[in-house]
Design a protein around this ligand. Structure first.
Ligand code: NAD
Ligand code: ZN
Length: 510
């Protein structure tokens, strides 16, 4: 198993240790403060080490300690402020994980250093002038690290969340315990798995099955492959049976692992089949559509459709881990990508104004900066499902655009893609929110503008009869005791749950 640590680096006072501790806790990883580790192994405080052995002697100890640390299991490592000045150390860190630089304004650093009693021999004397000299000297050095997060004015929790986003890692524990990792799909081999079987669909198989098979085989895992027909119309019990029987034929046992390589349909099907096969075997999500990366692979919901309705049968069954590689989206048809962007924009409206703004840069920019966009969207969904794994309250905010959207999907007989229907739903619900004075004036214009910039629809197609849409929403209402709970946007970054009884008013214009 390759070691993938997270290194926190940056000037003294940036909060590497405090952020590191919170980050390690959130990831359920051990935490190492390299300076403390050096002191422990030297049996001496750093000022004494520097005094007796000079800065070079201290740096030698630093290299030795770092070498030891990188050979351990994955951990969060807070580095000293000059630990990577030495080329050898920098290589050690770069080859063994991700380096995240915490950046802060000199005033912030000074404030923290003044309130902190750790002895820093390199800053001895007049703190203010020593610090600015040190920052000046290391300016280019710090600027040479590409993963940087600004930490001014943020709590340790907020900084840790940002670091998580930069590192592309989450640990979920509200329903099952699993990691969500953003990395190259080739890193699949680094996770321990027994007797893996890849479940995919015919479209995904064309592009991505062979590289994944080869990658795993090269590390001695020799997975088997089970390919099913593509598309929602195959999200049926028949396909589930095909999977179960395929599992038997492939010799899967209690400890085997199913790898779901595909979009939401494959994830739902393979996850469900795994949840019931031999009373439940491990499964792993490797999403290949934008929708699956930011939505369906997160949250542990699995299932299939009946002729009577979508997703009627299913189970909560969290995966062992989810591996998200945005590069897999390069082969995704454009319309599927745009449809997935509706959910991304939804997360922006629910709780991430910055993400909403990024979506405004247009599709080309988004495709060029996909990692950041996917990572932010994933972070929103993860935060929500961690708070409310079984959909009792908060998770309902994820329904933004979906109350009207589901009706539009249904009445269009699924001619519209899910994301397109949700886009229309978000636009209609933003208008409703304005009419009800829940939202700030002009919000619906802003939402509609963002949708059309992404190539998404924002108007209910003329051909769809209003009365049928209302009837479709009423069916929802019957199921939930007379009211329909809407997630309505208040402003970009905030939604409010509101029960609406008068559904006639929902689709009014203006
Ligand atoms: P999908 O799985 O049908 O994929 C869409 C199309 O893209 C398919 O034709 C597929 O073969 C193709 N494809 C997938 N990845 C590709 C790639 N990288 N390159 C080329 N082609 C590729 O649909 P989807 O939009 O990913 O998922 C929709 C499903 O997800 C629905 O069934 C919905 O109910 C479910 N869903 C589940 C959850 C959940 O929490 N479990 C949440 C939202 C949606
Ligand atoms: Zn959706």
């Amino acid at each position: 198993m390759t070691m993938k640590h997270i290194f926190l680096y940056g000037p003294p006072g940036a909060g590497k240790s405090s952020v590191g501790q919170v980050l390690a806790e959130r990831l359920r990883w051990p935490f190492v403060d390299l300076d403390l580790e050096i002191e422990r192994s030297a049996g001496q405080a750093i000022p004494q080490i520097v005094e007796q052995q000079g800065e070079a002697g201290f740096r030698n100890l630093e290299t030795e300690t770092l070498e030891r640390a990188v050979n351990e299991s994955p951990r969060v490592i807070a580095l000293g402020g000059g630990a990577l000045l030495r080329h050898e150390n920098r290589m050690l860190a770069e080859n063994n994980g991700k380096i995240i630089l915490l950046m802060a304004e000199p005033t912030t650093l000074l404030e923290r250093l003044q309130s902190n009693d750790r002895k820093r021999p390199l800053l001895a004397g007049d703190l203010r002038s020593r610090l600015s000299a040190l920052l000046e000297m290391r300016r280019e050095h710090y600027a040479s690290f590409p993963l940087r997060i600004p930490v001014d004015g943020k709590s340790a929790q907020q900084k840790a969340r940002q670091a998580q986003m930069a590192a592309g890692r989450h640990h979920l524990s509200a329903m099952g315990e699993y990691d969500v990792v953003m990395d190259d799909v080739s890193s699949l081999k680094d996770f321990s798995m027994e007797n893996p079987l890849i479940v995919t669909d015919e479209n995904v198989a064309k592009f991505h099955a062979q590289p994944v098979l080869d990658g795993l085989s090269a590390s001695g895992l020799y997975p088997k492959l089970l390919t099913v027909r593509a598309g929602e119309s195959y999200k049926t019990l028949d396909t589930v049976i095909q999977l179960w029987r395929g599992f038997v034929e492939a010799g899967l046992e209690r400890k085997s692992t199913v790898i779901a390589l595909g979009g939401g349909v494959i994830g739902d099907l393979a996850g469900f089949a795994a949840s019931t096969f031999m009373r439940g075997i491990d499964w792993v999500g490797v999403p290949t559509t934008l929708l699956a990366m930011v939505d369906s692979s997160l949250g542990g919901k699995t299932g299939f459709d009946l002729p009577e309705g979508k997703n009627l049968i299913g189970s909560f069954y969290p995966p062992r881990f989810v591996l998200i590689d945005p590069h897999l989206l390069e082969t995704l048809p454009g319309a599927e990508f745009i449809s997935g962007m509706a959910e991304v924009l939804k997360y922006g409206i629910i709780s991430d104004p910055e993400l909403f703004a990024l979506c405004g840069h247009g599709l080309d920019w988004i495709k060029a900066n996909l990692e950041e966009v996917v990572q932010r969207a994933v972070a929103v969904k993860v935060a929500i499902i961690e708070e409310d794994p079984y959909e009792q309250g908060l998770r309902a905010s994820l329904n933004l655009g979906h109350t009207v959207g589901h009706a539009v999907e249904l009445v269009s007989h699924f001619q519209l893609r899910h994301g397109e229907a949700v886009a229309i739903g978000m636009a209609a619900e933003a208008k409703l929110a304005e009419r009800l004075k829940v939202a700030t004036q002009g919000l619906s214009e802003v939402v509609a503008g963002a949708l059309s910039a992404l190539g998404l629809p924002s108007e209910i197609p003329r051909g769809l009869p209003r009365d049928e849409l209302i009837r479709a929403m009423q069916m929802d209402k019957k199921r939930s005791k007379g009211v329909v709970r809407f997630a309505l946007p208040v402003e970009i970054g905030r939604v409010e749950l509101l029960d609406v009884t008068d559904l006639e008013s929902v689709l009014e214009d203006g």
